[in-house]
Design a protein around this ligand. Structure first.
Ligand SMILES: [Zn+2]
Length: 451
């Protein structure tokens, strides 16, 4: 079975669950995916699985097909455990042990993947089977003894992920002389969620540069660029600390690779305006336990064509998304983008004085506001030709003047946790600012800043 996934929010989007609304994955989760800890012994797991599937008290003997399915599940689980253990132990031979020996291309790719996974230094890593998928084309190409399965990869990058997060993969196994081997890892990619199998470690040999609160992923050998991004990000983090009241002490992962498609960022499809994107990580994927999933945080992806122009101002915008990503993700986009713009413009103001900001504010009032009839909505936000970022910034700036920055931050937290629909959003906004989205808009229409 496969699910149709709408395209991901474009770069710049904090791809929170509200952006996945309406997605409602038609994924029937066959809950057989047993997650094992990396260090669990496979024999134990094997014994328990057989016990679970074929209890001793079963009145009827299971069919031949059921026994074969059980044996396959155990065999694949054992392979998955072995792969995670191999990464933990840095044992390449163990990682390659269950690959189809005839697929030399896959073996070469898996050697790179292994090196990348070891380099990231996960504190936790585990793979589990979600549900079997059927693709006649794959069966036709590989034969009847083919098993296509969606895999959940659960991992934790130290400091970056506060708790383990999940991403998904699709693996194709074939049975060769009674033994299951992994023969491909991209047959299912087109049917997976946005950004699946396009994580930082999936795309070529990488290198990780580490700062006190930043990890930068670059192409192997691209140190100079990585160090520059590391330095700009450290400055950007200082701006988030100075201009956004929430005490966020986490670390950010910034991916700066040659690829234009990394995670759910798709810079090739975008107009070149978008220099970076902050995309969600999930402790539970959309469709896994709930339709929206549970957002854990966000990683930043840089547009490869603009990697060298990335500065602290731009990064402070993206880092604001990261520093608010774990709050729930239900805040309206005008608030998410407005807050991120608020932080980066505060940085500009501190650096260049109030002149630039005053000029920009007047431009938004004179030029952007007349092109809209309401606050920018989530739907179509990133496709809008109007300056929705400018208007969102003006809205947040206005709210800061009206109720104060700390109250706006509390409003943000409330919205991110509870702003699941328009009624909730208006209730939260009204109780915290005395305005609804409609009256906030009419206030902006008549707003004339004091100079
Ligand atoms: Zn943004």
């Amino acid at each position: 079975m496969s699910a149709t996934i709408p395209s991901a929010p474009p770069p710049g989007a904090p791809a929170g669950p509200s952006r996945w609304l309406g997605l409602l994955l038609a994924v029937a989760l066959v809950s057989g995916g047993v997650v094992y800890a990396v260090n669990e012994r496979s024999e134990d797991a094997q014994a328990r699985l057989v016990e679970a599937v074929v209890p001793a008290s079963t009145p009827r003997s299971p069919s031949k097909a059921a026994l074969a399915a059980t044996a396959r599940r155990v065999a694949i689980d054992t392979i998955l455990i072995r792969r995670a253990q191999a990464v933990e132990k840095g044992n390449l031979a163990l990682f390659l042990k269950d690959l189809d020996p005839s697929n030399t291309k896959l073996i070469a790719q898996q050697k790179i993947l292994f090196a990348n996974l070891v380099e990231l230094g996960f504190t936790e890593l585990g793979y589990s089977q979600a549900e079997e998928r059927f693709d006649p084309a794959v069966v036709k190409a590989r034969g009847r003894a083919t098993y296509l399965v969606r895999i959940l990869m659960r991992y934790q990058i130290p400091k970056v992920d506060e708790a383990p997060v999940t991403t998904e993969l699709g693996y194709t196994f074939i049975s060769r002389a009674g033994r299951w081997v992994l023969t491909d890892d991209d047959d299912l990619d087109k049917d997976l969620g946005p950004g699946a199998h396009r994580e930082a470690w999936d795309l070529g040999r990488i290198e990780v540069l580490r700062g006190p609160r930043v990890l930068v992923v670059v192409e192997k050998g691209d140190h100079a660029r990585g160090r520059k991004i590391l330095a700009e990000a450290a400055e950007g983090l200082t701006e988030v600390r100075d201009y956004w009241p929430r005490r966020w002490r986490g670390s950010a992962l910034i991916i700066a690779l040659d690829d234009t498609d990394v995670r759910d960022a798709r810079f090739a499809d975008e107009d070149i305006e978008s220099a970076a994107s902050a995309g969600s990580t999930f402790s539970s994927l959309p469709g896994q336990d709930t339709a929206d999933g549970t957002v854990a945080g966000a990683y930043i992806v840089l547009n490869p064509n603009q990697r060298d122009q990335v500065d602290e101002i731009l990064l402070s915008h993206e880092l604001t998304h990261v520093a608010t990503a774990d709050l729930g993700g239900y805040e309206p986009l005008w608030l998410a983008e407005g807050a991120a713009e608020y932080v980066s413009w505060s940085g500009i103001e501190a650096f260049a004085g109030p002149g630039e900001v005053t000029k920009w504010e007047q431009e938004v009032i004179d030029q952007a506001m007349p092109t809209l009839h309401a606050l920018p909505t989530d739907a179509g936000f990133y496709e809008s030709s109007a300056d929705v970022y400018g208007v969102s910034w003006l809205a947040v700036r206005y709210l800061v003047q009206r109720i104060g920055l700390n109250a706006v931050e509390e409003l943000y937290q409330d919205m991110a946790a509870h702003g699941i629909n328009q009624v909730s959003r208006d209730r939260i906004l009204l109780s915290r600012s005395g305005l609804t989205e409609v009256t906030l808009w009419t206030s902006l229409r008549t707003y004339r800043p004091r100079r």
